[in-house]
Design a protein around this ligand. Structure first.
Ligand SMILES: [Zn+2]
Length: 143
């Protein structure tokens, strides 16, 4: 081969990547739903998919408005999980830049929420829901 191949378009780099992306794009991901059920079983009441701050374009997965606790169940792929957040082999620069932007945005949102008196709980989608529930209970008790 005399000329290098052009990289394939990001969305088509592999069926596995596409499946991960589609899975992470939906609002009601399975890990998030599992966490919500666990919260319900623990007797907690909350709202889902709301913006904690009116002026901030940031929707939390679960919100305890009275205690000002916001829970985010972060997808391992999009939010750069240290365990599973490997960037795909194809288009590595594209993906690492995109995921780095997401991580930076998460940090800005966390700072904005904390500045407004909110407690932010972030969980990875790979975490045991029971573990997430105890972190949330801890945050609620401290609130
Ligand atoms: Zn993970």
């Amino acid at each position: 081969m005399t000329t290098p191949d052009l990289p394939p378009p990001p969305a088509a780099s592999s069926p596995a990547v596409r499946a991960v992306m589609q899975g992470n794009r939906s609002r009601d991901t399975r890990p998030e739903a599992a966490v919500r059920s666990a919260l319900h079983r623990a007797g907690l009441r909350f709202r889902k998919h709301v913006r904690p701050l009116p002026g901030l374009r940031c929707e939390a997965d679960v919100v305890f408005a009275r205690q000002k606790v916001a829970l985010f169940v972060d997808g391992c792929f999009w939010h750069g999980c240290p365990v599973h957040g490997k960037t795909p082999k194809g288009n590595r620069l594209y993906w690492s830049a995109k995921i780095a932007r997401n991580v930076a945005r998460d940090q800005r949102n966390d700072a904005a929420l904390a500045g407004a008196g909110w407690v932010v709980v972030r969980a990875w989608e790979h975490e045991d829901p029971a573990e997430v529930v105890s972190r949330v209970q801890f945050a609620l008790a401290a609130a």
